[in-house]
Design a protein around this ligand. Structure first.
Ligand SMILES: Cc1cc2nc3c(=O)[nH]c(=O)nc-3n(C[C@H](O)[C@H](O)[C@H](O)COP(=O)(O)O)c2cc1C
Length: 178
């Protein structure tokens, strides 16, 4: 039973595949089996002291869910259940899937909304990632020269995903061990 919880939303499977890769990198003694957020409750998340959360962006820079045309419920339906919950002492790292060429003004915007919500609940957010090497115009998920979490683009930079994921996992693992 792992001590790090991994929860993701997905419509076409990219964010789930990355969740599985992260779990493989960390190994079963560290990472719990990834769970789709549509099957999870706030209590399930609070069972872990460290959480890795994956979110794709849909619509025009929106959190995914039924209103953005996803086939199932996702983060959109989960987020309201967080209101008033206390994540003080919880460490959270977010990764986001997006398409910087197709949506250059809203690249991985959903990462911002997830980050903001867990920040409001008192969580400690880690896992910022440099914006260097991406080509987009605007993103709500940028602060200075970093994204608020790991940015991945399977449409345009698929080849870079494995090395980005392994470098990011190594960096967040050393941050939560500190
Ligand atoms: C209808 C639609 C809208 C999208 N909107 C955005 C967007 O606003 N910003 C962005 O960065 N990516 C956007 N994307 C790209 C997806 O986030 C990307 O394809 C992602 O890998 C999908 O993840 P999933 O396979 O886990 O569902 C959109 C994709 C689709 C199909």
């Amino acid at each position: 039973m792992g001590t790090v919880g991994i929860f993701f939303g997905t419509d076409s499977g990219n964010t789930r595949r990355v969740a599985k890769d992260i779990a493989t990198i960390l190994g079963p003694s560290v990472a719990a089996k990834p769970v789709n957020i549509r099957n999870a409750t706030v209590t399930d998340l609070l069972a872990y002291d460290v959480l890795i959360l994956g979110i794709p962006t849909y619509g025009d820079g929106q959190v995914p869910g039924l209103s953005t045309g996803n086939a199932t419920e996702s983060w959109e339906e989960f987020l309201p259940t967080l209101i008033g919950e206390d994540f003080t002492g919880k460490i959270i790292a977010i990764y986001g899937l997006g398409n910087q060429k197709g949506y250059p003004d809203e690249f991985i915007d959903a990462v911002y909304y997830l980050h903001d919500q867990f920040d409001s609940c008192g969580a400690t957010l880690i896992g910022a990632w440099p914006t260097e090497g991406y080509n987009f115009k605007k993103s709500k998920a940028v602060e200075g020269d970093h994204f608020l979490g790991l940015a991945l683009d399977q449409e345009n930079q698929k080849d870079l995903t494995p090395s980005r994921v392994s470098a990011w996992v190594a960096s967040i693992a050393s941050a939560w061990a500190a």
